[in-house]
Write a protein that binds this ligand. Structure first.
Ligand code: PMP
Length: 383
């Protein structure tokens, strides 16, 4: 085929490949939270966000299967159209209680959540201030909102305050948005200071805690580390430590009621399949009852950073920054040859010149696998 669309696609692919930026999913069979099979080989994955191994936990699977038997495989339509089945209400009540919020709203995915929440509270005439390293879907949501979008330097509260103060009088509403745990860097946002600045300038605060839930704050998430922080919109996903799919936001009753009326990615999209909702409730039960499992990913990440004298891990994610995309690819290929799957992360997911290995630790990683990883990574750090 040589139609213009195909030519367009091929030219773009060729240009990405020339810069070591081409990507394709590889056939892979995840056996559990730690092990997988690829190309006929069994490997340890340090690339999954299944931090607690719950995607394969018997109780979570049983809850999902029971929900299919009782409620079917699909939600049928938007929740506003088919009506709310009891599992949604149960999950939302559980999430709100965990976050100490009045109410919650479950979304189809994290990307959909941020693409719907931000335009609900910001529009033309408003401003959204976003940390430079915040997740792509926050930027998408802000762009969709039509509000003025201003970036602030990563975790730099002084820069945030200067930019917020400069713009605040000329806009109606201001929303500050940040990740709780940064997905590619593993560091934590100083939510106490960010919240203080937001409040001082009458701005609302949205925290995307996709990588904090189930891992930090005894499982309740990053905000629990900062008791003085006031977070208006606690957003997170059901796809990482919860082991399934979907997302949520917790806030006041009124804010959640408005989201359910106005967030386009809630109103105009099908509800989550019952299996995802039931699996998430079962996962929250495990998080509440198993503090040792919850503490394990961070403890393992810290053993890894200590062994390599890297800055102490703040979450389950540790970046090994290598610079150019080609080096990250070469390092990942060498590790894969040793049966260790560590995904290379390249631009545009991370800034130019900061291509890296992103190591994600899970509760089930055996100490021997972590020791092997330490030795495999050491020469790349020395280069
Ligand atoms: N926010 C953050 C910080 C994430 O890392 C991700 C997923 N990589 C998302 C949102 C999107 O969530 P989902 O995969 O459920 O769309």
């Amino acid at each position: 085929m040589t139609d213009t669309l195909t030519l367009y696609a091929q030219a773009k692919i060729d240009s990405l490949a020339a810069k070591n930026l081409a990507r394709t999913p590889k056939p892979t069979h995840r056996l559990d939270g730690v092990w997988l099979e690829r190309g006929g080989r069994r490997m340890v994955s340090f690339s999954c966000n299944d931090y607690l191994g719950l995607s394969h936990h018997p109780a979570v699977k049983a809850a999902a299967i029971a929900a299919i038997e009782r409620y079917g495989t699909g939600a049928g339509a938007s929740r506003l159209v088919t009506g709310d089945h009891p599992l949604f209400m149960e999950l939302e009540a559980r999430l709100a209680a965990l976050k100490g919020a009045e109410a919650a709203c479950v979304f189809g995915s994290g990307y959909l959540a941020n693409a719907g929440i931000i335009p609900t509270f910001a529009g033309p005439g408003d401003v959204v201030l976003i940390d430079d390293l915040a997740h792509a879907c926050i930027w998408s949501g802000a762009k969709l909102s039509g509000a003025q979008v201003i970036n602030f330097r990563h975790n730099d509260v002084v820069d945030l305050e200067a930019k917020l103060a400069a713009v605040r009088q000329s806009v109606r509403s201001a929303l500050v948005a940040t990740d709780g745990v940064f997905s590619m860097d593993g560091d934590v946002a100083p939510l106490d200071q960010i919240s203080r600045v937001a409040r001082a300038h009458d701005a609302w605060l949205l925290v995307d805690d996709a990588h904090g839930l189930g891992v930090l704050g005894g499982g309740a998430g990053t905000a629990r580390l900062f008791p003085d922080a006031r977070v208006d919109l606690h957003m997170g996903t059901l796809s990482k430590a919860i082991g399934g799919y979907g997302a949520y936001v917790c806030a006041t009753q009124a804010a959640i009621a408005l989201i359910k009326m106005r967030a386009r990615t809630f109103v105009y999209t099908t509800g989550l399949p019952p299996a995802c909702v039931a699996g998430a409730v079962a996962a929250l039960d495990i998080i509440a009852c198993e503090p040792d499992r919850v503490a394990a990913p961070l403890a393992k990440a810290r053993r890894f950073t200590a062994a390599l004298t890297l800055p102490e891990a703040q979450s389950a994610v540790v970046p090994i920054i290598l610079g150019c995309a080609g080096t990250a690819l070469a390092a990942a290929a060498e590790l894969e040859g040793q049966g260790l799957l560590v995904v290379p992360i390249r631009p545009p997911t991370v800034p130019e010149g900061t291509a890296r290995l992103r190591v994600a630790f899970t509760a089930g990683h055996p100490e021997t696998a972590i020791e092997r990883l330490v030795e495999a990574v050491r020469p790349w750090l020395a280069r």
